[in-house]
Design a protein around this ligand. Structure first.
Ligand SMILES: Nc1ncnc2c1ncn2[C@@H]1O[C@H](COP(=O)(O)OP(=O)(O)OP(=O)(O)O)[C@@H](O)[C@H]1O
Length: 308
């Protein structure tokens, strides 16, 4: 597949501060890529340079082998940035139609409604009257309005409720299957793990990890052997078991963090433990993060990261 996004040795400095340091990566057509990193890691700055909204201090950015500001490129890309700024005096429909008029093959309005979850009754609303969630949907609609081949989404699901988030990713996967290339940032590790084919991790302006979620987890986490007990064993028993690094036990459900999952399984079978539903799983993306980025704190089921 063709390379359509390329950063070569890109550095961005603000006064004395280096927000992005010598970053290089490329993305091929059809990829769905998540850029992850703690607050202030340089994700938005990278996104802005890709969208041609900001020039790198050094290095080159190209989209479709061209400068991101060229008209042929702008016609093929769509972007949704964190801050929601729309033209207040227009109605939703007028604004979308205005944006569509800049593109050669805009997406059909009904398809756009369906993709973005905007309701027909929102259509004639003035944009300043929309709620936060509706404004994000409108922003998403504006990113998609020109039927772009390449989409940039900066924290697209912030502020969305769980159902909206699920629906959003379902649509994104559909668009990706149709061949669109999607690059997004998020702080929700679980959604990156579920939807991204590739994760690029940025820490303090530098790329510190790049690969499929499975590849990163294989490389940087310990596997888990999980099962249920028929006969209860004590925590001590598991802690002293060969090839076990850590133990989590909740009622009859046991998770053993393995130093070596094949050897651990062999020991389990040799000793004929009275257990069932045995599964081997890779470690979690959160661990990849703590390995690569340092401190973390948990909020609900998701992991948010503190910049060090
Ligand atoms: N216009 C600017 N002027 C000065 N410093 C800036 C500017 N934009 C970003 N920075 C700094 O560059 C660094 C990277 O910021 P950036 O917004 O790219 O991070 P981020 O990874 O997107 O963070 P977050 O997850 O919080 O959105 C931060 O230290 C930030 O303060």
């Amino acid at each position: 597949m063709q390379t359509i996004v390329e950063l070569r040795n890109v550095t961005k400095e603000f006064q004395q501060k280096k927000a992005v340091k010598d970053v290089s990566f490329s993305i091929k057509q059809g990829e769905m890529v998540a850029i992850l990193g703690a607050n202030g890691a340089g994700k938005t700055t990278t996104m802005r340079m890709l969208l041609g909204l900001m020039k790198p201090t050094r290095g080159t950015v190209s989209l479709f082998q061209k400068n991101p500001r060229q008209k042929e490129v702008l016609e093929k890309i769509g972007g949704m940035l964190q801050e929601v700024s729309v033209m207040d005096s227009l109605k939703v429909r007028e604004l979308i139609q205005l944006i569509q008029s800049y593109y050669q093959n805009p997406i059909e309005l009904t398809t756009l409604l369906e993709l973005t979850g905007l309701q027909e009754e929102d259509w004639n609303q003035r944009t300043e009257k929309l709620s936060g969630g509706q404004k994000r949907r409108l922003n998403f609609a504006l990113a998609l309005a020109g039927n772009p081949d390449l989409l940039f989404l900066d924290e697209p699901t912030v502020g969305m409720d769980v159902t909206s988030r699920e629906q959003f990713w379902k649509k994104m996967k559909e668009l990706n299957r149709q061949g669109k290339t999607i690059l997004f940032t998020t702080h929700y590790l679980q959604e990156a793990d579920e939807v991204a084919g590739r994760i690029i991790m940025i820490n303090k302006g530098e790329v510190v990890g790049d690969g499929t979620p499975a590849h990163l987890k294989e490389k940087l986490t310990k596997p888990r052997v999980m099962f249920q007990e028929r006969t209860p064993y004590t925590l001590d028993f598991y802690q002293n078991f060969p090839f076990v690094e850590d133990v989590q036990k909740e009622k009859d459900k046991v998770t053993l963090v393995a130093k070596n999952s094949d050897q651990l399984l062999k020991e389990i079978f040799d000793r004929q433990l009275n257990i069932y539903h045995i599964e081997v799983k890779l470690g979690r993306l959160e661990e990849v993060f703590s390995q690569l980025l340092g401190e973390k704190k948990e909020v609900g089921n998701e992991m948010f990261l503190d910049a060090k």
